[in-house]
Design a protein. Structure first.
Length: 457
């Protein structure tokens, strides 16, 4: 335990300084609006509006939003670039809390300031250091990417957003979703002033129901995921190599798949592997999209945020309230903190957040409690991907420069996938093992150790 400060620095910001939308630009929205007005279209369906928006594009930067808001936006799977807690140290005016009754507001402020105080202490750099630090450049050997695990989702961030037109419908639905309407209110208010009136009316008419009624369906899968089984294969095609091989041959042969299988006979599996290896060797990675798998995953909110920023085609997470109402769910404690003098203080602060947040949730509802979730707390998700996405993502996330938690999960997934197909996932490895390191000057410089690691696993 470290010696406590007499008081904590104040890192919060008053609500009088709201988030901002800057740099808004659109292409195509004015033309769509004019068409709607000229033809006086009143009963536009959602598919029709989505069709109209296909050639439109929208860009904006959100400044001073919290990480609940940025996480929800990233779940829309458009294009986002976010201020990174891994690289940017957070100083004054670092968070915004929801408005609460005075007693609870004071309690929330005290807790969050303690979290930021601990974050800054743990990630203190050695005197005189400048540049991109390594672990040994920190006073307590705790890198900033580990120290951030104690930060709440009330923490402010900036997000650059580029949307294809149809995603505007999804954004509107998110902002009108009863669960998140309060959380997203300031963002929609800030954005809506830039949108044509006729388009706003069209969005309001086509907005459908949200998916809160069907989330219970996924409980049968969430129940298979826990802290010990945090990467679980839920479903896969029976023979991935065969699916990919037949897909590849469809484009080059006049024979049907049935005829190919009959010709291959008992050698079908071996023949399929040969086709996959040969065609992927040509660089035709699109054939890997024929292989699909579904995994269950459990990770910290810090890693979840990284995961969804990959914009994978299909994913479902459990409701955030599941974290709040299960205070016994363990948090992820980075090894550098677990082995440090701050371990007990970290765990006690996490527990204090859990207890206080549950009371806020029961008294004031989900929106008031969400900003008090911590980066270290765990959430369950289901991911459905094709092998082409996994090849790209695993090559990036198994690299030694990847954040440690997502790297551990990527290696677990790779082991399972290799059990399904050695050939298809042969190159799902760090770039230094399949060619030249892509990290350039930031390379870890440990190619030999990396090679030995992956030979063992």
């Amino acid at each position: 335990m470290r010696k406590k400060n007499k008081g904590h620095a104040i890192y919060g910001e008053k609500r009088e300084q709201p988030m901002k939308t800057v740099g808004f630009e659109e292409t195509g929205l004015r033309e769509i609006s004019g068409w709607l007005e000229n033809y006086k279209i009143e009963q536009l369906t959602e598919p029709e509006l989505a069709e109209l928006l296909k050639t439109a594009n929208i860009f904006f930067v959100l400044e001073g939003i919290n990480r609940v808001q940025s996480m929800l936006l990233c779940e829309l799977k458009a294009s986002y670039v976010q201020q990174s807690q891994r690289y940017v140290s957070l100083g004054p005016q670092a968070y915004i809390l929801p408005e609460l009754e005075p007693y609870f507001a004071a309690q929330a402020g005290e807790l969050v300031n303690k979290a930021f105080d601990l974050y800054h202490t743990m990630s203190e750099l050695k005197e005189g250091f400048s540049g991109r630090p390594k672990r040994e450049n920190y006073v307590h050997n705790i890198p900033i990417e580990d120290a951030r695990y104690i930060l709440p989702l009330a923490t402010k961030t900036n997000l650059s957003v580029s949307l294809p037109g149809p995603k505007l419908i999804d954004l509107y639905k998110l902002c009108q979703n009863e669960q998140y309407k309060e959380t997203m209110a300031d963002i929609w208010q800030s954005l809506s002033v830039h949108l044509p009136a006729s388009l706003l009316k069209a969005l309001a008419r086509v907005a459908g129901n949200n998916n809160t009624r069907v989330i219970g369906f996924f409980e049968q899968y969430f129940s298979k995921i826990d802290t010990e089984n945090n990467m679980v294969l839920l479903a896969a095609y029976k023979d991935l190599d065969l699916k990919v091989a037949l897909g590849a041959l469809t484009s080059t042969q006049s024979r049907t798949s049935k005829e190919i299988l009959e010709a291959w006979g008992e050698e079908a599996e071996q023949k399929a592997r040969g086709v996959v290896q040969r065609v992927l060797g040509y660089g035709h990675e699109s054939i890997a999209e024929q292989a699909r798998t579904t995994f269950g995953m459990m990770c910290s909110l810090a890693t979840y945020h990284q995961q969804i920023r990959h914009r994978m085609p299909e994913s479902v997470r459990e409701d955030f309230s599941a974290i709040i109402t299960e205070p016994e769910r363990p948090a992820v404690v980075p090894e550098s903190i677990r082995e440090s003098q701050f371990a007990q203080e970290f765990l006690e602060l996490v527990q204090a957040f859990k207890e206080f947040r549950l009371e806020v949730y029961r008294r004031f509802g989900l929106a008031k409690a969400l900003p008090l979730l911590l980066n270290c707390e765990q959430i369950k998700m289901i991911i459905s991907t094709n092998a082409r996405i996994d090849l790209e993502m695993l090559a990036e996330r198994t690299c030694m420069n990847a954040q440690w938690e997502i790297r551990d999960l990527a290696i677990k997934k790779l082991k399972i996938l290799r059990g399904l197909s050695q050939t298809l996932y042969e190159r799902a490895l760090p770039s230094c093992l399949t060619g030249k390191c892509r990290e350039g000057k930031l390379s870890c410089g440990k190619q030999k150790e990396v090679k030995e690691l992956f030979q063992r696993i």
